[in-house]
Design a protein around this ligand. Sequence first.
Ligand code: NAP
Length: 306
Amino acid sequence: MEKIYDTIIIGGGPAGLSAGLYAARSKMNTLIIEGVKFGGQVTSTYEIENYPGSIENCTGPSLSERIKKQAEEFGTKFSVDQIIDVNLEGDTKIIKGKKDSYEAKTVIICTGANPRLGGFKGELELRGKGVAYCATCDADFFTDLDVAVIGGGDSAVKEAIYLTKFAKHVTVIHRRDSLRASKSLQEKAFANSKISFIWNSVVEEAIGKDGLEKVLIKNKLTDESSELKVDGCFVFVGYDPVTQLFEGKLSLEKGYIVTDEDMRTSVSGVFAAGDVRKKSLRQVITATADGAIAATSAEHYIEEHS
Ligand code: NAP
């Protein structure tokens, strides 16, 4: 007979790993399936300075690695597979991957969210040739060069500050006249002499032959266009939830999975945790908390249904 797990967790970022830790520690037979590599989006974050207790040398990858080790020590199993279909109805949930098919009494969805595209001309053509979405991954390529950052949220401002460790100068291009980022990040950015701002403006085009050479910027108030010579353009304009697999199967709002405070989705025995669910604060701390709650709810669900 095929093995039926107590819970299968789809996604191995902080939410999934924490759900795995809590589930396995409660003696649930637990499998985490991750598509590419474990750790999730946080592994693209250089410094985690707002996760309680992470005072020094706490990077995204090191935090993920520690949670994974902890989950493993409690007995969580791991598998790398690309999930292509799910059947979430009924008592046994079926998760189909490219490599294998898996069954479980409960499912915890922790698929997170992907960086959103800027939507300007030339973006896709110059992606990887100057247009980038991850400062931790690509900052080094722009050592002593000029870069632009698009966006005004926490990601844009935080990564702009990080980029100043490498780049000669960082120009933040934001569509409004004030930042959405937290006040503490704003203060750091305004005090950094290597960062300047272009307000009320959007990038309309990325231009370059073999690599990015300049961006075409339009001021939304005056309609005036201007060019900015840059070697790199980092796009940080938010994230899209990874929920295509669940469309028509779970209740979604703007693509995010709707849950109650116990992480229960609209389908019995199916839970969601982390950035993939509808919530107001998407942080490592809220993702890990969601994961713990989801695993505990899954445990209660199994108790009630056995
Ligand atoms: P976000 O908070 O949604 O900010 C997206 C930014 O991009 C906003 O400034 C938005 O402008 C701008 N934008 C959106 N679409 C655009 C477009 N088409 N063209 C130009 N600009 C566009 O996203 P985020 O910064 O990625 O953060 C996501 C979540 O993670 C947030 O909850 C954030 O607090 C959290 N986070 C926290 C940290 C931390 O260190 N504490 C670090 C990273 C992320 P408007 O402001 O005009 O809407």
